[in-house]
Design a protein around this ligand. Structure first.
Ligand SMILES: Nc1nc2c(c(=O)[nH]1)N[C@H]1C(S)=C(S)[C@@H](COP(=O)(O)O)O[C@H]1N2
Ligand SMILES: [Mo]
Length: 319
């Protein structure tokens, strides 16, 4: 018999299996799918203020998705944190001994109340909330993560930016002894990121200090990191030691490293291609194998809350 290569959609399952086998198998797959699906959909985060939480005063945040959340295991073993190595398992392995205490944060630039603060004093003025966000990496995978943190807008107001503050810049710790990945020149260290001030003031922008009701794991950016859920993951800078208010657009690490691939804005946008990874669909980490890839949505599905920030801008130019 000649071998004819058909695309899988040309082959009817009944061609390779008898009709009744096929039917039985369909039934079986359907039942397993329901079971697996239930398990997947039934994952519930420990509420941030539940018994055993590190944040008993956290409230349930307003900005939350009802989608099934990722497990603590998935969120803490599949990471990008180049300060601890470039593969997905490196941060969990290499950040075990990182001690983020004591920690201080410098606030500089166009603000009425600059200063250097220890972490505890820095976060004290703000209401902690649990917020479950969809989080999408430019590499084409995504997770749903129950963060604990506070509104970046509240923090900005607290420091009283001047009228010249048009942007906000964040910097990660630079300490190659404690962050061994910095001994290799894979990126321009220290890692920096930035937002336009109105993006930073959007109620979705979060300064995160934990997840799953637990203090931020080292591999996820202990002790404090940014989360901007309508932008690609790399905008959400980890282990922040400096926050600077500026009049001009800050330099961002990935933009500086590969300007053709990473723009300043980095909004999740299925209509703007990345040279190496499709932005049209995404793979939800941990999803059952039979679940089709998810269609990536403009602004990661948060368009109703953020699209107005970009009115009149050509998003293929300002990508
Ligand atoms: N300082 C620093 N922040 C970083 C990174 C990094 O390498 N260094 N990686 C970014 C990228 S590419 C992603 S996808 C997210 C991953 O966050 P997670 O590991 O908590 O899921 O962190 C971002 N923040
Ligand atoms: Mo990423």
């Amino acid at each position: 018999m000649p071998i004819i290569i058909k695309s899988s959609s040309d082959i009817k399952p009944s061609e390779i299996t008898s009709e009744s086998d096929y039917h039985n198998r369909r039934q079986f797959i359907k039942k397993s799918a329901v079971l697996l699906g239930a398990a997947w959909a039934g994952r519930i985060a420990m509420p941030a203020n539940a018994k055993g939480s590190d944040f008993p005063d956290a409230i349930h945040g307003r900005h939350t998705t009802e989608e099934p959340i990722n497990s603590f295991e998935e969120i803490t073993t599949y990471n990008n944190f180049y300060e601890f190595g470039t593969s997905k398992s490196d941060p969990a392995n290499n950040a075990v001994d990182f001690n983020p205490h004591p920690w201080s944060i410098a606030v500089e630039g166009e603000v009425a109340k600059p200063g250097i603060f220890n972490l505890e004093d820095f976060i004290k003025p703000y209401q902690l909330e649990e917020r479950t966000y969809r989080f999408r990496c430019v590499e084409g995978w995504s997770m749903v993560i129950p963060w604990v943190g506070f509104s970046l807008a509240d923090m900005i107001k607290h420091f009283e930016p001047t009228s010249r503050a048009k942007y906000i810049e964040f910097t990660t710790l630079y300490d190659p002894e404690r962050m061994p990945g910095q001994k290799r020149r894979v990126l321009h260290w220290p890692y920096t990121e930035g937002l336009r001030i109105d993006e930073a003031m959007n109620p979705l922008s979060l300064m995160a200090v934990g997840l799953y009701g637990k203090t931020m794991p080292n591999q996820n950016g202990a002790p404090i990191r940014l989360v901007v859920p309508w932008k690609y993951g790399f905008k959400s800078i980890k282990s922040i030691v400096k926050i600077r208010f500026t009049e001009t657009e800050p330099v961002c690490t990935w933009n500086k490293t590969a300007p053709a691939e990473y723009g300043f804005y980095s909004n999740v946008n299925p209509n703007v291609d990345h040279p190496r990874w499709s932005q049209g669909t995404e793979r939800r980490i941990g999803a059952p194998f039979w679940q089709p890839k998810i269609k990536t949505r403009l602004f990661n599905g948060y368009a109703d809350q953020v699209a107005s920030l970009y009115t009149g801008m050509d998003l293929s130019k300002y990508f």
